[in-house]
Design a protein around this ligand. Structure first.
Ligand code: ATP
Length: 554
């Protein structure tokens, strides 16, 4: 058995990756590093390169808060808060701070063994396992011993992965390419294995072991969801398909993948997290179902034959509520619209029309429902189906090609969506301020950003849209994730994703993206989305250039 390799090699590789802007070079650097690794190391290395200390979908997180990291850095190096603040202001990155201060350590480990990838992985496992009382101290201890044995460069990447802020430009597609090229997989083989495994670490581990060509979908391993392409009108949709298609109601709930096997049922969110405990009704709905399956659908708060406001789901998702109470206030119905796996066989490559039939059979004996669908052809019929869906209380339509396959993780053109209003943006809050008047004492003004490669660029500031209770809750969370406290204003870790509606996009020098949203208002807090789901600057540009009236504030 080969020994695990030192972390230093990975840190040096990532440093080189960061140093080049060429995507090709980034891929080549990581690929040549991965090539020599044993399977377990490849798993850890690819996961670290993706900026995650844990497998995607893992219930337990290993990430560590800024305040813990700052405390440990102070303790290990003797640097003062002022020193650290000064360096942080220069770089805006805690990893860089770690590199700079770790050159001088107050304490040394007795036996300074070189940190290996296996040792790092073990520390991440311990962080995930630290829960409940005493967990803060335990986490601090684990991070401290890591940083004590780390060189400055290693420390930099340990901190980066623990905060989830790699900034190396290695986006998911490039990581996939690097793994494929390291282990001689074709593009299609790599895409499929990565999709089915859902996690780049697991994918690299299998690829290094020569097993990536034989990855099969299995219950209780969630896969990425197929997404829908937004269209502006029924007319465009009619032209896009130019044939008879399915128009399904667009339910406004939580996307949920239901896995059933051996009489057990589990539910996964769109971030591939296991959310079974938040949805006891969904589990209950499949109690009397038969056989094995993986379904795709939407968990919708629903009573008296009509959907209830989506907001009623928020607390339940954060597991803050007694479920009996939640069930009374907003009971959930699961509306299934696809089937990805049935009794030992994948069904994703079958045409949708065929998957429909299988779905109907899989739902026998369950109290879940299938999404309401009508067959439509042409603009008029699509428009009529849209109105009907709106009248029933739904958001709009998802129109699907009966011949399309289930494209895991893709915004495929086989599914398109139609909503009433202008497109919304999913953005992440990066800074926040206390409000005025009635809102004094609560943090109610939020500056938000979109993604630009692996950077975040601000596009606006929102004051409205949340209820008082939501603002209270936001205030609590924003305090927890504060990176710097300027008194009235706080810079926060980019974690909270919100969906904002707005009147238009304008060019503006006020924000570093070069754009500003006009009259933004928060539609909802997207607890179901993470940093990777935040919309991109390209989408903002697309909306801007699609507008009839363009405002240039500059
Ligand atoms: P949105 O903010 O519009 O819900 P999204 O970014 O969450 O979009 P998209 O894939 O772009 O996700 O839009 C389709 C979304 O609509 C799905 O994620 C799913 O949650 C929801 N949905 C509701 N009903 C359906 C349906 N019948 N078929 C597919 N998706 C549906």
């Amino acid at each position: 058995m080969r020994q695990s390799v030192p972390l230093l090699g990975l840190a040096q590789t990532l440093e080189k990756v960061r140093g080049t802007s060429s995507k090709k070079e980034k891929v080549a650097l990581l690929s040549s590093y991965l090539k020599g690794l044993r399977a377990d190391d490849a798993r850890v290395a690819a996961r670290v390169a993706s900026g995650r200390p844990s497998e995607r979908g893992s219930k337990d997180e290993a990430q560590v808060g800024y305040s813990t990291l700052l405390d440990v850095l102070r303790e290990v190096t003797g640097a003062t808060s002022e020193d650290i603040s000064k360096i942080y202001l220069e770089h805006g990155d805690l990893g860089e701070v770690a590199e700079e201060v770790l050159g001088e350590k107050k304490e040394q480990t007795l036996f300074s063994e070189q940190l290996t990838l296996a040792a790092l992985d073990e520390a991440f496992q311990k962080l995930r396992a630290a829960k409940g009382r005493g967990s803060a101290a335990a986490k601090r201890g684990i991070v401290k011993s890591l940083l004590l044995s780390a060189s400055p460069l290693e420390g930099k990447y340990i901190v980066k992965v623990l905060t989830g802020e790699m900034r190396t430009g290695l986006v998911s597609g490039l990581l996939e390419e690097a793994v494929a090229s390291a282990y001689g997989l074709s593009k299609a083989e790599a895409a499929r294995a990565h999709m089915v495994l859902g996690d780049v670490g697991a994918f690299a581990g299998k690829a290094a072991a020569g097993e990536a060509g034989r990855i099969a979908m299995t219950p209780f391993r969630p896969v990425n969801f197929m997404l829908a392409e937004p269209f502006a009108s029924a007319k465009e949709i009619a032209e896009h398909f130019a044939k008879k298609v399915y128009a399904e109601c667009k339910y406004d709930g939580i996307r949920a993948q239901v896995h059933r096997s051996d009489g057990k049922v589990r539910v996964y969110s769109r971030r591939l997290e296991d959310v079974t405990t938040s949805f006891p009704e969904v589990v209950g709905a499949f109690e009397h179902a038969k056989g094995e399956f993986i379904l795709d659908g939407e968990a919708v708060p629903f009573a008296g034959g009509r959907p209830l406001p989506f907001q009623l789901l928020q607390r339940r998702l954060r597991r803050m509520e007694d479920f009996e109470e939640a069930r009374k206030k907003a009971p959930i119905t699961y509306f299934a619209f696809d089937i990805l796996y049935r009794d030992g066989k994948e069904t994703v490559d079958l045409p949708l029309a065929e998957r429909r039939r299988l779905l109907g059979r899989a739902l026998a004996g369950s109290s879940a429902r299938t999404a309401e669908t009508v067959d439509v052809r042409g603009e008029r019929e699509i428009q009529a189906a849209f109105r009907r869906s709106r009248d029933l209380g739904y958001e709009g339509l998802v129109v699907k090609d009966p011949e399309s396959v289930y494209a895991m993780g893709k915004r495929g053109s086989g599914w398109v969506k139609l909503k009433e209003e202008l497109d919304t943006l999913d953005v992440v809050i990066v800074a926040a301020e206390y409000g005025h008047g009635k809102r004094a004492g609560v943090i109610s003004d939020y500056t938000f950003a979109v993604r630009d490669g692996d950077m975040l660029k601000t596009v606006g500031k929102a004051y409205s849209g949340l209820t008082d209770a939501e603002i209270e809750e936001m205030t609590r969370r924003l305090k927890e994730i504060t990176v710097r406290d300027f008194g009235y204003r706080r810079q926060v870790r980019p974690e909270i994703v919100v969906e904002v509606a707005f009147d238009s996009v304008q060019r503006s020098g006020r924000h570093d993206s070069g754009y500003a949203l006009r009259f933004p208002r928060i539609k909802r807090i997207r607890t179901d989305k993470g940093l990777g789901d935040v919309d991109t600057i390209e989408k903002v540009e697309r909306i801007f250039s699609g507008q009839k009236l363009k405002v240039d504030e500059k």
